[in-house]
Design a protein around this ligand. Sequence first.
Ligand SMILES: Cc1cc2nc3c(=O)[nH]c(=O)nc-3n(C[C@H](O)[C@H](O)[C@H](O)COP(=O)(O)OP(=O)(O)OC[C@H]3O[C@@H](n4cnc5c(N)ncnc54)[C@H](O)[C@@H]3O)c2cc1C
Length: 573
Amino acid sequence: MPVDSTATGLGETHAVTNVASELEDYNLYRCDTALVEAVAREGGGWGHEELSDFGAQIGQADYLQLGQLANRYPPELATHDRFGRRIDEVRYHPAYHRLMATAIQNGLHSAPWTHPRSGAHVVRGAKVFMHSQVEAGHGCPITMSFASIPSLRAQPELAALWEPKVLARDYGPRNVPAEQKRAVTVGMGMTEKQGGSDVRANSTVAQALGEAGGGQLYALTGHKWFLSAPMCDLFLVLAQTGAGVSCFLVPRWLPDGAKNALNVIRLKDKMGNKSNASSEVEFRGAQGWLVGEEGRGVATIIEMVSLTRFDCMGSSAGLMRAGLANVIHHCSQRAAFGARLIDQPLMKNVLADLGLEYEGGIAFAMRMARALDRREQDPHEANLLRLATAVGKYWNCKRAPAHSYEVMECIGGSGVMEDSIFPRLYREAVINPIWEGSGNVQCLDVLRAMSKSPAVVHSFLSECDQARGGHAALDAHLDRLSQTVQGLARLDPDQMQFGARALVEDMALAFQSALLVRHAPNGVSDAFCASRLNSRGQHNYGNLPQGTDVDGILERADPARHTAWPVQGDQAA
Ligand SMILES: Cc1cc2nc3c(=O)[nH]c(=O)nc-3n(C[C@H](O)[C@H](O)[C@H](O)COP(=O)(O)OP(=O)(O)OC[C@H]3O[C@@H](n4cnc5c(N)ncnc54)[C@H](O)[C@@H]3O)c2cc1C
């Protein structure tokens, strides 16, 4: 006779205790003190309510789940329909479409262009930053669409034609000609097999179909080794003309309803950023309009590239915030050896250190958002933007992988399980430093900007100098940095390049420390300066000095805490 295990209790092997709950149903804005303060300080305080509504919406349990789904069920390419007609269609999980729709409805691709006002980039940047905590892959076409606007404007008649559809708060994923849609998205094609960073090596060629020149139609022949989000309706693409590398606006469908000769060869099998399709494509005489002048392609597309770098900086800070919030939530609930993990002195050291990294990352990104907002009125801001965007893209992206890894270790074995957010954060963190200009390319860009314009160097150093007197280690660091910068003139180009990472890392730490000294509580800035200014990139988490205000740092980072406004630093826009 079968044993009734329920009745006897034999079916119960153990009680599930001492495990954490999912971090969900929380407000990604209000629970983030460092973010709320940065938004206020950098001129976006008018957006608190809007940001809070957005943070509450995307922190709902079912919304957070979209991030898991969109990555667990990655997009698939159908090159042909069942009758054999070429369609080049990428099919996504519905979760991806919901993420895209939310981003677009909330103006993550458009707000500073459609509603320009002081602080517009700060508020939009904060939304992008929060949404990247839910899911990062969909952010690629959102960022590219947002960033395409200044480049499109290099050809006013093309901008007049397409801008309203690029900026519309309407998501149109249908695979039909852009003429039939109210809204479109924009991708970017630069990287080829023989060279990505060095786009001058591009082999794709473009030939005028009639008259040559800006706004005219050309035929492109060649390939791109990477073209992300191939379901975008338009792409800004680099190709060679007789005058050199030039920039073209290539539609996926032609105005007459025919498919443009832009074939998707296959999708990349990536380690991360799974929800976002990245493809290899061939142009077989694909039609595209020249944007700007022939031979000025790099100058035309660089505006787009520098805005995508800004978003990379923010989204890497977002990955750090997502890891930090989740790990604090976990360690507040999980106990070992008789005490909660968050109360264990060594774990406190590690967690507070992760918190400091995030504080530096978000302060940097939001300061750059302010520079974007004010670049046209204030040369200091334009100079900062030119130099510090490359520094911040390098540094925030470089710090995020180690941060995500350390978060996994704090969680323990469950931290590497695919049904959690942690492996996804780690995989995203590894990609951000590579695309939109890899680490070395950023460092070389810093050298280029510094050698071209003493004014950008002056702006950078004078911004840092505003924190002088706030911390002895920072003062000493700034003295050293200033000497290094003066000494650059004595180095030959090889020596300069050889030492570029050390220089950029010193600059990044100076900038972050100065922001924290000026604006964060003393407990945060003291610990940041004491732990980082003498160790550069060698800093391993959990090495904060005795006496650090770990409780104060952790309280600021705790997702269970709600920040109210107005906060210190709130500025009228
Ligand atoms: C997920 C993903 C999506 C992408 N999507 C797109 C896209 O949509 N559109 C697009 O155009 N590209 C895209 N890319 C490509 C990406 O931008 C390139 O991979 C990147 O620019 C580097 O180019 P590369 O791969 O050819 O490497 P290389 O250019 O060969 O560089 C390799 C390494 O050498 C370093 N290096 C290069 N020059 C120097 C130098 N002078 N001194 C020292 N070091 C140097 C670089 O920093 C890098 O670390 C994507 C990449 C990824 C991973």
